[in-house]
Structure formats: C-alpha cells, structure tokens
Design a protein around this ligand. Structure first.
Ligand SMILES: NC(=O)c1ccc[n+]([C@@H]2O[C@H](COP(=O)([O-])OP(=O)(O)OC[C@H]3O[C@@H](n4cnc5c(N)ncnc54)[C@H](OP(=O)(O)O)[C@@H]3O)[C@@H](O)[C@H]2O)c1
Length: 241
C-alpha cells in the first residue's frame, strides 16, 4: 500500500492547491486524502483531477470527526504527510465583544483539531519511523487586526505547538513545521470589504494578495527539505515590513 498525504480542508482555496502540489511533486508515489467538511462537491471535483486520491468528509471540531478521518486513512495505508490546513476566521469580533461561543467555533477548529490530529497521526508516523507535519498558521499570529483576537490567539498557539511537537517528534523521525500565509486569494478573503482590502494592500510590499499556489510551494518545501524542523515560514509578499 502507498503512503498517504492527508490534507485537511482540501475543499477550500489553499487546501486544494496543496493537495495538487503534493500529488505533482510526488509524481504519484503518494496517495492524497482530500478532507472536507461540508463542501463535498469541491472535494469530489478535486478527486477527479488527482489520480488515486480519496475523499473523507468530517467535522474536525468533534472527536468523532477526527477519529473518522484517522480510521479512513489507516484503512487505505500509512500516513506519511499531514497538512493541518482546515480553518475558520469568523466570527470577526472586536476584543471587547468576544462571545463565549466564539471560543469553541474558532479555537476548536484552528487549534484543538490540529493539535489532536498531530497527536493521533504523529503516533502512527512515529511508529512507522518517519513523517512530516505542516501546520497552516497565519501572519496574524503576530499582528493585531481588529476583529481577529481569537483567530490570532488560535494561530499563535498553533505555532507554539508546532515547535513543541517538533521537539518531541523529531527524535522519532517526524518533522513538524508551519507556514504562515499573509493575505491569499481564497473564499476566506473574498468577502473583505474594498476599503479594508485597500488598507491591507498598502501594507504588502509586493502590492497584492498571494495565490494559493505560493502557499502550496512552501508546504512542499517543508516536505522535501529533511533538515527543516520547528520552523515557521511567512508567505506574505512582505507584510508590515
Ligand atoms: N486565505 C488567507 O488569506 C489565509 C491567510 C492566512 C492563513 N490562512 C489559513 O489557511 C487555511 C485555509 O484557508 P483558506 O483561505 O483556504 O480558506 P477556505 O477556502 O475558507 O477553506 C477552509 C477549509 O477549512 C474547512 N473547514 C472549516 N471548518 C471546518 C471544520 N469544522 N472541520 C473540518 N474542516 C473545516 C473547510 O471545509 P468545507 O468548505 O468543506 O466546509 C475548507 O475546506 C486556514 O487555516 C486559514 O486560517 C488563510
């Protein structure tokens, strides 16, 4: 059985590009598991484009959803790559208006899910003696933007966990790194109001939002370079320099 690359949120903008790039770089040597939550149509369309890939639909904010993903992957082969990409950025609440429920909504998907998937897939990778985990963080982990307090907290903690898992799993043959995109053209950023987009663009040295493929290239770099561990790479066109 072939080794498997699991891409969570492959139904979204960045996940789709990452899944395609891993397939192309591996020249078909690795099977890609395309995870989605609700947008099965998008994941199924991608499955047609990527030979031997398979779709798993699961809500990763629940233990049952995470277990379903692990079970489905273990039935197909050995997990070698995990890209923790699924994430949400809403609700956008100014700091003094944060709702209790927003913690579950944002922290559950952006932090608890990748943390527990690192634990569960990390155990399988350590048992097989090799693996690579790439977490998708955000430059907002280190920047204040009104309305992004919980999002920022979730990504900052994910970066801390990236280093912690890198330290504990490195000796067992598993590397853990993170990419931190700036503003990337995906469904997540489609709804940004023009006046806010204008302000953001003025902060980006390259003057435009990035393509999902730029993030996918950085993910592949972490997969290929076997001396990268515990690193965080900004992919942001030079934001806030
Ligand atoms: N776009 C940017 O500018 C940007 C910048 C920095 C960081 N990022 C990060 O990049 C990652 C991907 O973002 P994107 O721009 O590609 O967003 P996107 O197009 O909105 O995709 C988000 C993905 O996450 C999945 N997802 C959401 N909630 C989930 C849940 N409870 N369980 C399982 N999956 C869930 C969605 O699945 P379904 O659609 O199937 O429901 C979708 O595949 C996120 O972690 C985001 O924080 C994005």
């Amino acid at each position: 059985m072939k080794d498997i690359a699991v891409v969570t949120g492959a139904s979204g903008g960045i996940g789709r590009a990452v899944a395609k790039a891993i397939h192309e770089k591996s020249e078909g040597e690795i099977r890609v598991c395309l995870h989605c939550r609700g947008n099965q149509k998008s994941a199924e369309a991608l499955r047609v484009e990527i030979p031997e890939s398979f779709v798993v639909s699961a809500d990763l904010s629940s233990a049952a959803g995470r277990e379903a993903l692990l079970d489905a992957v273990m039935k197909e082969g050995t997990p070698y790559i995990l890209v923790n990409n699924a994430g949400v950025d809403k609700p956008h609440e100014p700091a003094l208006q944060i709702e209790d429920a927003s913690f579950d909504a944002i922290i559950g998907v952006n932090l608890k899910s990748p943390a527990l998937l690192m634990r569960d897939f990390g155990k399988e990778m350590a048992a097989s003696g090799s693996g690579v985990i790439v977490n998708v963080s955000s430059v907002l982990a280190r920047t204040a933007l009104v309305g992004s307090a919980l999002y920022r907290a979730s990504k900052a903690a994910l970066e801390a966990l990236t280093k912690q898992f890198a330290a504990e799993l490195g000796p067992r043959g598993v590397r853990v790194n993170a990419v931190a995109p700036g503003f990337i053209q995906t469904p997540m950023t489609d709804s940004i109001a023009p006046e806010i987009k204008g302000k953001i663009l003025s902060q980006i040295a390259l003057g435009d939002f990035g393509a999902p493929e730029a993030v996918a290239q950085a993910v592949c770099h972490f997969i290929e370079n076997d001396y990268l561990n515990g690193a965080i790479l900004n992919v942001d066109g030079g934001m806030g320099l």
